[in-house]
Write a protein that binds this ligand. Structure first.
Ligand code: FRU
Length: 478
């Protein structure tokens, strides 16, 4: 009883991360920029804070940080729940679904049968900047009679002048690539997979081109999430890098002829990420965010009356390190620094009002550990850093408060360090109940939620090294 009272008292609502006013959310959907607004649609249950009755919720922002939640954009109906999918702007009215005045915003989503018998792909059209959508009269536009066939991501492929849709055959661990001239008639071009991690469900693919940093080379990034059902007890996003010609995705292979893959994020809480479509050319960034949660404990996160948040939007780029391509992620620069000296590093401070950003730099690290602890006021801890023995970066939230005794939540997460360098840089953002850790300028990232009794903490360096630590308060200028 006491426990319940305590939980309801704690306000875990983050300051910079998107959360709904109330109820359940999961995957980001339909990310698109249109007429000066960043749109964020999301999997939403208007009837409670558990998964079910999936609708598309909606929020818009001018700066990717301040979100205005709007009324539900697409409602479930008697036949189908509205599962994940994407939005495009049909600039040339290729679909013929425009109103003759403005280009329509078209959502391509999975209709998941209420009786669970099949999943089909459907369209919905908006003529009012995503505020309201009308379902296409001849839905579904793609029905191959499959049960687990979902999460269409659609984009315009300039070279072939076609729309491309990639989607997951979840239980088969494959991606199907379709093309279309009009968003209505779709033709199968190819399949990719199984590859990388398999044996579980594949969900929420994304595919986009990036220029490799400091070269003129263009490579394609294919991201797909894996819902680990029976084996390791967490879900994660994996990334393949290769070439795409409008028909086939050719993945880079290693010296044994195996497809190369990497994790997008090594923490527990980065899933179903999606990148924004139609980012203005003069901006040019590829920006994505993910659902900051895991299928394995999302039902139990102690936040009331909302459940689920998004990560911060991040810029993704590609780097060639040690003769391999790697994705690099950094938080969007829109995060505004309010006060550079806002946090005293060795004392508990009132950090409840803002989110905070920290930079740690360790120079001349010679085969030694660089381990740090966040010691929270009520005794909880989060430990992270570099372990020399196995050359790995890690985060450990096994003593971080609510849920941390559960193995699927508390298990230490680690990643082999990619960079071979004796300077270590750690950049992280803490926002009430989450930490996003960017090691080595974003080559290795961990996203984790945590539920401590008080968000006040001290930072401690647990290793006998010299570390420079700086901190800033983040937020929006009042
Ligand atoms: C991923 C997912 C998707 C599906 C949606 C349903 O988290 O399982 O595959 O479309 O959530 O809410």
């Amino acid at each position: 009883m006491l426990d319940i009272i305590n939980k309801t008292k704690i306000d875990y609502r983050p300051k910079l991360h998107f959360t709904p006013k109330q109820n359940w959310i999961n995957d980001p959907n339909g990310l698109v920029y249109f007429e000066d607004e960043w749109h964020l649609f999301f999997q939403y249950n208007p009837f409670g804070n558990e998964w079910g009755h999936m609708h598309w919720g909606h929020a818009v922002s001018k700066d990717l940080l301040n979100w205005e939640e709007l009324p539900i954009a697409i409602h479930e109906d008697e036949e189908y729940m509205i599962f994940s999918g994407s939005c495009v702007i049909d600039w040339n009215n290729s679909s013929g679904l425009g109103d003759g005045k403005n280009p329509p915003m078209i959502a391509i989503y999975t209709g998941s049968a209420q009786n669970w018998e099949k999943q089909v792909q459907c369209l919905a059209i908006s003529h009012d900047k995503g505020r309201t959508f009308t379902k296409y009269a001849n839905n579904p536009v793609l029905d191959i009679g499959k049960k687990d066939f979902r999460d269409p991501k659609v984009f315009w492929h300039e070279d072939t002048k076609k729309w491309i849709m990639i989607m997951a055959n979840s239980t088969e661990n494959t991606i199907s690539i379709y093309s279309s001239n009009n968003l209505i008639a779709w033709e199968l071009e190819s399949n990719f997979g199984p590859a990388g991690l398999d044996g579980k469900l594949w969900e929420c693919p994304d595919l986009f081109a990036l220029k490799v940093e400091e070269t003129n080379e263009i490579k394609w990034v294919l991201k797909v999430d894996i819902f680990e059902r029976e084996f390791e007890k967490y879900s994660m996003a994996q990334v393949f890098i290769g070439d795409f010609d409008g028909k086939n995705f050719e993945c880079e292979k290693d010296e044994n002829g195996e497809f190369k893959w990497q994790r997008a994020d090594y923490g527990h809480d980065f899933y179903a990420s999606m990148s924004w479509s139609d980012v203005p050319k003069n901006d040019g960034r590829r920006i994505w965010l993910g659902w900051m949660n895991s299928h394995h404990y999302c039902k139990n996160t102690p936040t009331i009356p909302w459940r689920g948040s998004m990560t911060l939007p991040r810029v993704i780029s590609l780097k060639n390190v040690g003769n391999s391509y790697h994705i690099v992620q950094t938080p969007i620069q829109e995060i505004q620094i309010l006060d550079k000296s806002a946090v005293a590093l060795n004392t508990y401070k009132n950090i409840e009002k803002n989110a905070h950003e920290f930079f740690i730099e360790v120079k001349k690290l010679k085969k030694e550990d660089a381990i740090f602890a966040l010691n929270f006021e009520e005794g909880e801890k989060i430990i992270f850093g570099y372990e020399a023995q196995n050359n790995s970066l890690f985060i450990d939230r096994s003593n971080s408060g609510a849920l941390s005794e559960r193995v699927e939540f508390g298990a230490k997460q680690s990643a082999k360090r990619i960079l071979d360098c004796d300077n270590l840089k750690i950049h992280f953002i803490i926002d009430t109940c989450s930490i996003e850790l960017f090691f080595d300028d974003g080559l290795i990232v961990f996203s984790e939620v945590f539920y401590v009794k008080s968000p006040k903490f001290k930072i401690e360096c647990l290793s006998p090294i010299m570390a420079k630590i700086t901190a800033c308060a983040l937020g929006v200028h009042e």
